[in-house]
Write a protein that binds this ligand. Structure first.
Ligand code: GRF
Length: 210
């Protein structure tokens, strides 16, 4: 599978995917000058920067995005810090082949600043979620999650560090599982595992033991 990674930030998840050996054929950023672009260049991955100010509306923005994805014959998309909602037209084309990583245990704390939202709320557990992207906001079917404990006295910075560490463990494994065809999104909108129950259990326990 040829993957595109959609970014907009420091690129630490992009880095984790590249280190895992995922075939990243394109990196798209919605922002100039972000760390993720430097990482893409270090790994010789082609880059497209598509900024919102160049396109008058979401439909035209996404048309430019689809054009870039088609130019590189992209099969699947991993979103990692791309702060734009995809339009239904894009989700239709790549339906069931778009993953996103979100830094909370969805459905809790969707949207921006999820780590801070969880910290300020005072939950004792938060975590990270990898899910398929649908037309809602951080609502798509969940593939896998890792929990993170927040103890009294933990600083925001400590929690952030734990969350990012968990992201870098989880995302490459889920992308790899989809890449190998182990997991897919069914036409009924439900997660389908294409391997035996035993293998799924082994895969899941591998997530926790790293
Ligand atoms: C991650 O926390 C991810 O969960 C969220 O955006 C952040 C991107 O970080 N969607 P990075 O650019 O991968 O370091």
């Amino acid at each position: 599978m040829k993957w595109a990674v959609l970014v907009g930030g420091t690129g630490s998840n992009l880095h984790a995917l590249l280190e895992q050996g995922i075939a990243v054929s394109l990196v798209v950023s919605h922002r100039e000058g972000v760390g993720a672009l430097g990482i893409a260049r270090d790994y010789h991955v082609p880059v497209e920067v598509i900024t919102a100010k160049t396109y008058p509306d979401r439909a035209q923005y996404d048309q430019a995005l689809r054009y870039a994805l088609q130019k590189y014959q992209i099969d699947a998309i991993a979103m990692a810090g791309f702060l734009r909602w995809l339009t239904p037209a894009t989700i239709d084309v790549y339906g069931g082949r778009i993953l996103n990583i979100h830094p909370s245990l969805l459905p809790a704390f969707p949207g921006l600043n999820a780590i801070e939202q969880a910290y300020r709320y005072g939950v004792r557990w938060t975590g990270v979620t990898v899910h398929f992207v649908d037309e809602g906001k951080d609502t798509g079917p969940v593939v896998a999650q890792l929990p993170i404990r927040i103890d009294p006295g933990d600083s925001m910075a400590t929690v952030e560090e734990r969350v990012h560490h968990a992201e870098h463990r989880l995302y490459p494994k889920v992308v790899e599982a989809m890449d190998k065809g182990w997991v897919a999104l069914g036409h009924d909108g439900k997660i389908q595992w294409q391997v035996s129950q035993e293998e799924v259990a082994k895969w899941v326990s591998g997530l926790y033991s790293a």
